[in-house]
Every structure is written in C-alpha cells, then in structure tokens.
Ligand binder design. Structure first.
Ligand code: 16G
Length: 240
C-alpha cells in the first residue's frame, strides 16, 4: 500500500490514502477513524508518522479531534461560488440544507465613519445594526454583522431578520438587489465569536465584508461576516 522508494514522504502517502477513504465514504461523517495504534500496525509505520498524517487531515478540516474521545470524520465543507449575489438562505437551500438564524443583537445607532461612508450616509443618519448566527442543518456556519440604513428601510423590526433578509427586501419591500463588492481575509477566531460558532480557539476563520447595492447604485447593506474555515471553501471561475 505504501511505496517506500517514493520521494513522497510516507506520512503524506498515508494522508492521501486516508483522504481517499474519507472522500469515497469508507468512513462516514461523525464516525471515528481507526486509532493511531491500529493505523500504525496497518501501515507498518511508527505512531508518530501516523499522527503527522492525522494532524494534517485535522488541519485541512477533513477530520476533527475531540479531547478524550478520539478523531472523527468531519462533514465535507460547503463549497460556495463567489460569482453570484446570493443570500445565505438561497445558498443553503440550493444544497438541500435547512437554513436558520439566531438573532443575537438588534440596535439602531449612528455607525462608525467607515460604515457611514460605505453606505453613503449623511451626518446623523442611523443604521440598524443586526447580529445573527447563521446555521445550516442546526450547525453554526457564520456570524453576520449587518448595517442597513434606516432611511432606506424605515420599518424593519427584529422579525425582518428571523428568516431571509433578501426575501424581505425583494418581496416585502419590492426593491431590486443589483450587485455587491466583497473583500475576504483569513484570520483567527476571537474568543467571543468562538463560543458563538462553537469552535475551539485557535481556529481559522474567513472574514468577508460585503457592500451590496440596490438598482441605481444605492448601497443598502454592509455585512461583516465571520465564516468557519472548517465549514466553508470558496470557488470562483476565472478567465484569461
Ligand atoms: C449572505 C451575504 C450577506 C447577506 C445575506 C442575506 C455573504 C458574505 N454575505 O450571507 O451579505 O446579508 O446573505 O441572507 O455572502 P438572507 O437573505 O438569508 O438573510
């Protein structure tokens, strides 16, 4: 099974074989993989070598460790195309997952100058500031911190953020969402966000800021999101 003559290090060969087994479903999601001892016997290598392969798979998000319990197969990451202006609800539903939200903050305030500028607000204009945890099949995927100008949407309430915000804007308010700009950065999760996302720090996250516009180039939302890096990968099509 292993090629000791190969220039590819043994721990990488083991990693590749385990990865293949995970991807073809030999070990199903949520079940534990064989112990280090079993794997080291199976591959006839030291436990340290096996541990290195497993650590790499944990770091890549294919496996996760639970203290005192073992190492388990993680659900495959959600693969999110970057070229469509879709909502969280649409993204999850199109995959057959059930989206839900938990509203953890709702306020009306005067935003910091960067947000005010992005939303093209005037002095004294206020925004809704909404914090939501977004879930797919009851698993926390992201935290979204959304700013929306009050003067564009005078009558939003907490209720408006229980389901899909984009559905409220398009169906209830009859407005047309047209385009957005997005920035993405990698980072490490903050302590308070780790609790909300149910991850153990240090853990990698993807931070995305989206500024979205209605028809006529009118900015209507600034969203600062924190995505679990172990649950998401982003894809895009590029041309030359
Ligand atoms: C997505 C958007 C967010 C938007 C939300 C609306 C990113 C990075 N963010 O999560 O800007 O507010 O969808 O979703 O993609 P909803 O209609 O389900 O509330």
């Amino acid at each position: 099974m292993l090629d000791k003559q190969s220039p590819i290090p043994i721990y990488i060969q083991i990693e590749e074989q385990l990865k293949q087994q995970i991807q073809q479903g030999d070990f199903s999601v949520g079940t534990s993989i064989p112990s280090e001892r079993e794997l080291s016997e199976r591959f006839a290598v030291s436990r340290m070598t096996v541990r290195q392969s497993i650590t790499n798979l944990v770091n890549d998000g294919l496996l996760y460790r639970e203290k005192g319990r073992g190492t388990f197969v993680a659900s495959p990451k959600v693969e999110q195309p970057l070229n469509g202006l879709t909502s969280f609800t649409e993204d999850m539903e199109s995959r057959g997952m059930v989206p839900s939200s938990k509203l953890i903050g709702f306020d009306i305030l005067e935003p910091e100058s960067d947000v005010a500028e992005e939303l093209q607000l005037n002095e004294g204009d206020r925004v809704y500031f909404v914090e939501r945890i977004r879930f797919a099949d009851d698993k926390p995927m992201a935290i979204e911190r959304t700013y929306l100008p009050v003067n564009r949407f005078p009558n939003l309430t907490e209720e408006s953020f229980q389901g899909s915000l984009y559905a409220v804007i398009e169906n209830e308010q009859q407005l047309k969402i047209s385009h957005a700009t997005q920035r993405m950065e990698a980072g490490l999760v903050k302590k308070e966000d780790a609790e909300l996302l149910q991850i153990q720090p240090p853990a990698a996250i993807l931070m995305i800021e989206r500024i979205s516009f209605l028809e006529g180039d009118l900015p209507f939302e600034v969203v600062r999101s924190t995505y679990r890096a172990d649950r998401y990968k982003f894809t895009t099509e590029i041309q030359r």
